[in-house]
Design a protein around this ligand. Structure first.
Ligand code: SF4
Length: 190
């Protein structure tokens, strides 16, 4: 991915920054799964893209490391109250839409779209996920999980991309990733 295209997408979609890194630079902390289990976000066992349905930390890490590279998107948004869940939910949805739009642009630009996104929040294609009602997922091949579900250390991610990360109460930074460039066809997975 050339820098010019990335800069164009950042500007066009309203991101603060974007960078391409190796998946080897991602830091996985399986112990973070306990935060999902504590269910502060209310999505544990209620969204097909969230734990436990999404897979174990090991399975999710292997899914990512089946690819060589990823593009990291960062957005920076002023907020009224960073601890207001409803406001945060809206902003996460906005960041998700920006990332999906960026993926479309990458595709138009000829990028290998064999990969998948990892978002700042749980899959939100539906207003309410079908899981609690027992109905099947409506976008199984497209649903996405969040960085927390993958147990990815977002602080270290920001550091390796030379991006700021802070939660000042009136400004939030969100991150998402597009993982791409699949390793060899023999399915090399570490
Ligand atoms: S597409 Fe809908 S049903 Fe499937 S995981 Fe996402 S929100 Fe849930």
């Amino acid at each position: 991915m050339d820098q010019k295209t990335l800069e164009h997408i950042v500007k066009h979609e309203g991101f603060e920054k974007a960078a391409e890194i190796s998946t080897d630079d991602l830091v996985f902390v399986p112990e973070y799964r306990k935060f999902c289990e504590e269910n502060a976000c209310g999505n544990y066992n209620k969204n097909y893209a969230c734990p436990p349905y999404s897979g174990t930390p090991k399975e999710m890490k292997q899914r990512v490391l089946a690819y060589r590279r990823c593009i990291v998107f960062q957005s920076k948004t002023p907020v009224k109250d960073a601890f207001d869940n409803a406001e945060m939910k809206k902003l996460k949805r906005k960041h998700t839409q920006m990332t999906l739009q960026a993926m479309k642009e990458l595709k138009t630009d000829g990028m290998d779209m064999d990969g998948f996104p990892i978002m700042c929040g749980p899959c939100n294609f539906c207003e309410e996920c079908m899981m609690p009602s027992g109905k099947p997922c409506v976008k199984e091949s497209m649903r996405f999980s969040c960085l927390s579900a993958y147990c990815i250390d977002v602080g270290k991610l920001a550091e390796s991309c030379n991006m700021e990360i802070q939660w000042s109460g009136n400004e939030v930074y969100y991150f998402s990733i597009y993982v791409f460039d699949k390793k060899d066809k023999s399915g090399e997975i570490r």
